[in-house]
Ligand binder design. Structure first.
Ligand SMILES: Nc1ncnc2c1ncn2[C@@H]1O[C@H](COP(=O)(O)OP(=O)(O)OP(=O)(O)O)[C@@H](O)[C@H]1O
Length: 623
C-alpha cells in the first residue's frame, strides 16, 4: 500500500467535512475506517489548516496507534506530525501537565482515567484545551465504555471542538473491562446514543458500506453477519445464541489447517505474507505460543494494550552518550549503528523523542534528562513503545481488533456452554472480529484443550492445573517479572554489569528460551518465594522481581491455613518477549559502572511456564 487509494464517494464525504463538523461514522469490518481517518487527518492539517497539536487522536491500543502512524507515514503528508495516543497515555499526559506532583504514574489505569475526568470537570484543563483543541478523532469507538466513555463525554461536553468519531457496533467487544453482565449489556451502544442525544441535529452521521480488506470468498465469509450483529448491539435484543451458532457453523465450513506439527511449521515458515493465529482467550494464545515454539516457528505474542516496552535501541543510544544532550547530527550518527526496527527511521525517532519536551524552541538538541524522565514516568509516545511487526502473530480475538493479516488461522472457540458469565452476543461479536481480519486466507484450527489452563483468581495470571484440586503445574510469566530497579549482575548474582549489558544487546533475542532457576530453597520474605535467576543459555541475565515471587507464593498457597514448604527448583517454558530499556536510579547505574542517565537494558519475559521440582520437594503437586 504505498500509493494512496482513490477514496470512494462515501469515504470522501467523511474526509471533506469542515474541521468544526461533529461527525459520527459507522461502518462494518474492513470498510476503511482507519484508512479514512488517516486521510481525514491529512486534510484537517493540510487544507483545513489546523495545527497538528490542535488535534487530539485517541485509540484503544498501541497496535492501533502503530497502524494509524504507518498509514499516516504512507498516505499522510501534512499529518505526519499528528500524534495518536491511547486513552491511557492521554489521561496520564493530561494529569502530568495539570498536576505534575500527583505521582500519577504510580497509580492504576482506572485511577488515572477517573483523575483525568475529574480534572476536566474541575476546569483544571481549560487552559490546556479551551483555545488549543480544535478537533478530536476517535477510532473503534464501539469499545468506549465505563470510565473511559465518561472521560470522553466530559471532554466533548466541555470544549467546543469538531470531532470525527468512527466505530462499528457489530465489533463491540470489551467484556473483560466491564465485569458485571447487566452493566455490560447497559454499556452496549451507550456512547452512540449519548452522541445522538447530546448533539442532535448538529451531528452528521455517515456510513461506509464497501469492504476493501477481504479479497477472496473465504475472507469474506463473515461479512454478511455485520448488519445483524449491529442490530443486536443497537437494540439490545437477545439473539446472540443464534448468531454465534451460525458464525461457528461458517467457521466449521472453512478449510482446517490441522494441528501444529512439522507440516504446519513448514507451511507457516514458508508463507511470504503475514499470518495471525487467533484464539478466544489469552490462555489459549499462551498454549499456541508454546506449540509454535516447540515446532520452531518464530512468532510474536500480541501484548495487551497496556503493556508498554521501550525498545532496546533507546537504552543503547543513551548509554553511548556521556553528555546531557545531543545535537541531531550526533543522534543520527549513533543511531546508525543500532538495531532500530523496521518502520522506525532517524527522522521519526528524533521527532518522537523531542516530543518528551526535550530541547524546546530553537534549541535543536535532545535533552536526555527529559527523555529519561519520560521513560521513567511512562510518558514516551505510544509510537515508540508499540510492538514491532512480525510475520506470525499469536493473539486473542480481542487483541486483534483493528489489525489485518494476509492469512488468519482461527482456533475453534468451542460452544462455550457451561462457562460462567457466558454472553453469546459478546462471543458472536468477538468471533466476527476474528473472522474479518484476513485479506486472503482463512483457516480453522481444531479446538485446543484448555481444561487444565485457567486464570488464577488471586494473581489474575494463567495457571496450569491438573486433576486434583491442589495440582499447580505452572504459572504465566509476564512483563514486570524481572527486577528493573538495579542492573543485572549487581544483586543475587555477580557479573560485570557493562559486559552483561553488551550480552543483552547482542546475544539475547525475542523468542529465545530462558528458565528461572531457584537461587536457594529459602523464601525471602513472609509472603514470597525464594529468589530466582533468569538463565539464558547457561548464564544468568536477570533476577525475578518481587511481584513474581509474591505471585508464585500466592499461587502455591492452596488455602488460608496452608503455607507452601517448597518451591519449584526450575521454572521452564519461558521466552524472551523483548530486550527493553528501563529507567532506574542514576546512582545505582553509576555504581555499576554504566551510564550517567540511569537507564539500562533488561529482558522482558513471556510464556506459560512449567514447574520442575527437586526430588522429594514436589509437595502436594505430584500426589
Ligand atoms: N478507498 C480504498 N481503496 C482501496 N483500499 C482501501 C480503501 N480504503 C481502505 N482500503 C484498505 O482496506 C483495508 C481495510 O481498511 P481499514 O483497516 O481502514 O478498515 P477498518 O474499517 O478500520 O477495519 P476494521 O473495523 O475491520 O478494523 C486496508 O488494507 C485499507 O488500506
Amino acid at each position: 500500500m504505498s500509493e494512496p487509494f482513490a477514496l470512494t464517494e462515501e469515504q470522501w464525504a467523511v474526509v471533506d467535512l469542515p474541521a468544526d463538523a461533529l461527525t459520527l461514522v459507522t461502518a462494518e469490518a474492513g470498510a476503511g475506517k482507519t484508512y479514512t481517518l488517516a486521510r481525514r487527518l491529512d486534510r484537517l492539517v493540510g487544507e483545513a489548516g489546523l495545527g497538528a497539536e490542535e488535534i487530539l487522536v485517541l485509540t484503544f491500543s498501541r497496535a492501533a496507534v502503530r497502524e494509524l502512524r504507518e498509514r499516516l507515514s504512507l498516505h499522510g503528508d501534512a499529518a505526519r506530525h499528528v500524534r495518536a495516543q491511547t486513552f491511557d497515555s492521554w489521561a496520564l499526559d493530561m494529569l502530568n501537565r495539570v498536576d505534575a506532583r500527583g505521582e500519577w504514574v504510580e497509580r492504576s489505569f482506572e485511577a488515572r482515567i477517573d483523575g483525568a475526568r475529574q480534572a476536566i470537570d474541575d476546569e483544571l484543563v481549560d487552559d490546556l484545551y479551551e483555545h488549543n483543541l480544535r478537533h478530536v478523532v476517535i477510532d473503534e469507538v464501539q469499545d468506549l465504555v465505563g470510565a473511559r466513555r465518561e472521560l470522553v463525554e466530559a471532554l466533548l461536553d466541555r470544549f467546543e471542538c469538531g470531532f470525527t468519531i468512527v466505530g462499528d457496533p457489530a465489533q463491540a467487544i470489551y467484556g473483560f473491562t466491564v465485569k458485571d453482565p447487566a452493566e455490560r449489556k447497559g454499556e452496549t451502544n451507550r456512547f452512540f446514543e449519548w452522541l445522538r442525544g447530546t448533539f442532535g441535529e448538529d451531528l452528521t452521521e455517515l456510513r461506509l458500506t464497501h469492504n476493501f480488506r477481504a479479497r477472496t470468498d473465504e475472507a469474506r465469509i463473515a461479512l454478511g453477519f455485520g448488519p445483524r450483529l449491529r442490530v443486536l448491539s443497537e437494540t439490545g435484543h437477545n439473539g446472540g445464541e443464534v448468531l454465534l451458532k451460525e458464525l461457528r457453523d461458517a467457521l466449521a465450513g472453512v478449510m482446517s489447517f490441522g494441528d501444529f506439527d512439522g507440516l504446519a511449521a513448514e507451511a507457516l515458515n514458508s508463507h511470504p505474507g503475514t499470518t495471525a493465529i487467533l484464539c478466544r482467550t489469552n490462555g489459549q494464545a499462551l498454549l499456541v505460543d508454546e506449540q509454535l515454539q516447540a515446532i520452531g516457528v518464530p512468532h510474536r505474542l500480541q501484548r495487551s494494550a497496556r503493556d508498554r516496552a521501550v525498545p532496546a535501541w533507546l537504552g543503547m543510544l543513551m548509554a553511548r552518550i556521556d553528555a546531557s544532550s545531543l545535537p541531531r547530527e550526533r543522534f543520527d550518527e549513533v543511531l546508525n549503528g543500532l538495531p532500530v526496527p523496521e518502520g522506525v527511521n532517524a527522522d521519526l525517532a528524533w521527532r518522537l523523542l523531542r516530543r518528551t519536551g526535550s530541547g524546546r524552541g530553537t534549541d535543536r538538541r535532545l535533552d536526555l534528562a527529559r527523555v529519561r524522565s519520560a521513560l521513567a514516568g511512562g510518558r514516551l509516545p505510544d509510537e515508540l513503545t508499540a510492538q514491532p511487526p512480525a510475520r506470525v502473530v499469536v493473539s486473542s480475538f480481542h487483541r486483534a481488533k483493528g489489525l489485518e493479516f494476509d492469512r488468519v488461522l482461527i482456533v475453534d472457540p468451542g460452544s462455550g456452554e457451561g462457562q460462567r458469565d457466558f454472553d453469546p452476543a459478546e462471543e458472536a461479536r468477538s468471533l466476527y472480529v476474528a473472522m474479518t481480519r484476513p485479506r486472503d486466507e482463512l483457516y480453522r484450527v481444531p479446538t485446543i484443550e484448555t481444561r487444565f489452563v485457567r486464570t488464577d483468581p488471586s494473581t489474575k495470571r494463567w495457571g496450569r492445573y491438573f486433576f486434583k484440586r491442589w495440582h499447580r503445574l505452572g504459572l504465566e510469566v509476564a512483563a514486570g517479572d524481572v527486577t528493573t530497579n538495579h542492573p543485572g549482575g549487581t544483586v543475587d548474582f555477580a557479573a560485570d554489569p557493562a559486559e552483561l549489558q553488551d550480552y543483552l544487546a547482542t546475544s539475547v533475542r525475542p523468542g529465545d528460551e530462558v528458565e528461572l532457576r531457584r537461587l536457594h530453597p529459602d523464601p525471602i520474605g513472609l509472603r514470597e518465594s525464594p529468589p530466582y535467576l533468569v538463565i539464558h543459555g547457561d548464564r544468568p541475565i536477570a533476577t525475578a522481581s518481587e511481584r513474581f515471587r509474591a505471585d508464585l507464593h500466592t499461587f502455591l498457597k492452596l488455602g488460608p491455613s496452608y503455607e507452601p514448604q517448597h518451591f519449584p527448583a526450575l521454572i521452564s517454558g519461558v521466552r524472551v518477549d523483548a530486550v527493553e530499556t528501563v529507567a532506574g536510579d542514576v546512582a545505582t547505574g553509576l555504581r555499576a559502572g554504566l551510564n550517567d542517565h540511569g537507564v539500562w537494558l533488561s529482558p522482558r519475559l513471556v510464556g506459560l511456564s512449567t514447574f520442575i521440582w527437586d526430588k522429594g520437594e514436589s509437595d502436594a503437586q505430584s500426589q
